[in-house]
Write a protein that binds this ligand. Sequence first.
Ligand code: SF4
Length: 372
Amino acid sequence: MSFYDEISKYNWSEVKDFIYSRKEPDVLNAINKNALSLEDFAALLSPAAEKFLEPMAKESHRITLQRFGKTIKIYIPMYVSNECVNSCVYCGFNVHNKFKRKTLTLDEVKLELDVIKKTGIKHILICSGEHPKKVSVDYLNEVVKLARKDFSSIIIEVQPLDENEYRILYNSGADSLALYQETYNKDTYKEVHLGGKKTDYRYRLEAPERAAAAGLRTIGIGALMGLDDFRVEEFFVGLHARYLMRKFWKTHITVSFPRIRDAEGHFKPTYLINDKNLVQSMLSLRLFLHDVGLVISTREPAELRDKLIYLGVTQMSAGSKTNPGGYAAGEEEGKQFEVEDTRSAEEFIESVRKKGFDPVLKDWDSSFINAV
Ligand code: SF4
């Protein structure tokens, strides 16, 4: 049984009605509990919980200190390609958008890596559009092998793959996967994914399981905030994270909260997600799942990221460029979306230190794989 079977037991509008029907006593009851049920989690995501963000933040901070200490794991993205065969209405890389497309040659990848490694960050996120020919598994495998020389942790954020393909990349040194379902609502999913393989909701939904089965040690999931009601989306993100944590107990599960940013095509989100909504989502997830990693990227502005550090975040990106060649060649064209926190990696690392947190630039070594 996969998560697809699990989620199929739920009805979107019934879950929505349940979340919206929660009252203040349900919220207070949930905040004061140690082990939360799904019903408690729904209460924390409800409109009634908005009055209680402060006690939720205190609790989130306490749990995060207990589980992770005062640490923030830092990673840096490298876009290897902006070519894509899919047509997702919210994305700058949509096949119908006209701009200069590029997939880095392996020599260009080496140049990017040389610049990125100077930051001292040892966790690299390899990103690309979904173009199985231009960004094939063979190509990705070569990129992973190159990155392996200078980086201890390699996260892949590419098209969903079969289990044996994930295994190939794992054997070359990729240890983590980031793959967002975008929206857990099947109907909305259909409306925003108009063409290409990404139209297959189930194949994408089950990809984290295939990656974990192939051995990858960290799996990042999330919903793209703005496509549907965030309260219901985050409920299903939590359900998905709990399912993965139970089924793959050796795998660390992380959740991201990407909000739609301006991109080529200028898609206007159906639902506007304000800062309060983002904070409520993050705090609810932390109170529901104490060991889940919480990720905030440079999509968010510096001032907000600085505040979120105290509330339960465990991982943050730094110094991001969202186009291929953005570091070495200084390319400005062909970005997936606009970055909001434009501080350099060094500036961001320093600001984390000043807040009394440890910026973790390396927390993984390949020798671990060989030792277990
Ligand atoms: S979201 Fe991914 S698959 Fe969709 S257009 Fe953008 S890069 Fe391609």
